[in-house]
Design a binder for this molecule. Structure first.
Ligand SMILES: *Cc1c(COP(=O)(O)O)cnc(C)c1O
Length: 423
């Protein structure tokens, strides 16, 4: 595999023109090679004009912007549902852009984690994102329970880095009767492992538990089919693969079978009230029978504008084409790393992300057994933006919307100069 071959792959890439729709960050006067879309996606070029539009409407229309703006603010949150539904595999009334990921997780846990004296346990993955653990354990405590006795954290087998589906399913069965909820990431942020959400949901339901997923690293990255998989709820942020800007609006999915149940307990706010008399300010809350029924406050327009610019690009590219390119590009990277290696060992590296394309998205997590931070420093100085996760992992995520096979080649070549054979 040569650089010429990478050029050839870029030449026949159906999505090659999408790169021009994004700004590439510049470091020391040179555009970087950006592999950090799993942390913060890049800015679509047209984002600025979308902000200008809303600022203009606010300046010229004032309060009337709610009704007569180009994108009336009263219903601004509805602009995203159709596109989001395609990305996560849902009906459009099952998804809503609102709040932030952790806030939405709390909202969903309030509704879907209803422990009883008999059925109270939660299964989750060990080593999940800190915020998810804090949210889970604080919810458990709110119910007067002890997180240590309530939350079961699944660990990989000895000597392995990722969880086996069979082991997850076995644990779910083992705790039947006392299990209230299975709550996992869609893709683990550290290892890049994608979980079999369909199988996990099915197993949870068989034992009478609910199943929910944090899609922070899954949305816009891997194929999702939440409605069909019968997932109870899911939450996500939009500043990673969805390129919607730092701290941008998050989102949630609530399955149709739940949205219609107006008696489900929840934290309520006026924007979740039925639309037709929302403004009559009645004292009794009656939820909208859609995912909007979990909204709290009126739409945070300025936190959602970039989301609009970005989702339009996803509409245009389509998840199917994105996933196809992503799989090719990440496999290309994996193969290059495995073949381009030198004999003398400076650093010992190992890809801990699963090798099967069904068990990962675009990210590869590279475990560096010694001098990891020094290696990462070299990577950064050479103009690559990847990221370092303590204690010893470098995460690299070639994003199909704006990365190229040539960039992947350059990275693998650089790595191989400093590295060693994979062990
Ligand atoms: C990025 C990420 C978060 C971030 O939560 P915010 O509420 O958006 O700050 C949470 N969980 C996971 C798994 C993440 O990857």
């Amino acid at each position: 595999m040569t650089f010429e071959y990478a050029k050839y792959l870029d030449g026949k890439d159906e999505l090659k023109d999408f790169r021009k729709k994004f700004y590439m960050p510049v470091l020391n006067g040179k555009p970087v090679i950006y592999f950090c879309g799993n942390s913060l996606g890049l800015q679509p070029v047209k984002t600025k004009s979308y902000f200008d539009q809303e600022l203009e409407d606010w300046a010229t229309l004032g309060i009337e912007g709610h009704f007569h703006g180009k994108n009336p603010w009263l219903t601004f949150h509805k602009l995203f549902s159709a596109s989001l539904a395609k990305i996560v595999g849902a009906k459009s009334f099952e998804v809503i852009a609102m709040n932030t990921l952790t806030t939405n997780l709390h909202l969903m846990l309030t509704t879907f984690y209803r422990p009883t004296s008999k059925r109270y346990k939660v299964i989750t993955e060990a080593g999940s994102f800190s915020s998810d653990r804090y949210a889970l354990s604080s919810q458990v405590k709110l119910h007067g329970l002890n997180p240590k006795k309530t939350i079961i954290e699944l660990k990989p087998r000895k000597g392995e880095y990722t969880l086996r589906t069979e082991d997850i399913l076995k644990q779910i069965e083992k705790h039947k009767g006392s299990l209230a909820l299975v709550m996992m990431g869609g893709v683990n942020y550290y290892t890049g492992q994608a979980f079999d959400m369909a199988a996990i949901t099915k197993a949870a339901h068989k034992e009478g538990a609910k199943a929910g997923f944090d899609l922070a690293h899954a949305i816009g990255n891997i194929p999702l089919d939440l409605h069909k998989w019968n997932v109870d709820f899911a939450v996500w942020c939009t500043y990673k693969y969805l390129n919607s800007g730092p701290g941008a609006v998050g989102g949630a999915f609530i399955h149709e079978k739940h949205t219609k149940n107006k008696n489900l307990p929840r934290l309520a706010g006026w924007w979740g009230h039925e639309e037709k008399d929302r403004f009559q300010m009645k004292p009794i809350f009656r939820p909208t029978p859609t995912a909007e029924g979990w909204q709290l406050s009126n739409t945070q327009v300025f936190n959602m504008i970039a989301h609009k610019a970005s989702l339009e690009i996803f509409e245009e590219a389509g998840m199917k084409a994105l996933v196809k390119k992503s799989r090719n590009m990440t496999t290309f990277l994996e193969n290059l790393i495995k073949t381009h290696c030198k004999k003398e060992a400076l650093y010992k590296i190992k890809i801990i992300t699963p090798g099967s394309i069904d068990e990962r998205g675009c990210q590869l997590s590279i475990l560096v057994q010694k001098n990891g931070e020094a290696l990462f420093q070299k990577i950064t100085e050479a103009g690559f933006v990847a990221d370092w996760r303590s204690p010893n992992v470098i995460r690299v995520a070639p994003a199909p919307l704006y990365n190229t096979f040539q960039e992947v080649y350059k990275f693998a070549e650089f790595l191989s100069e400093w590295c060693v054979c994979l062990k």
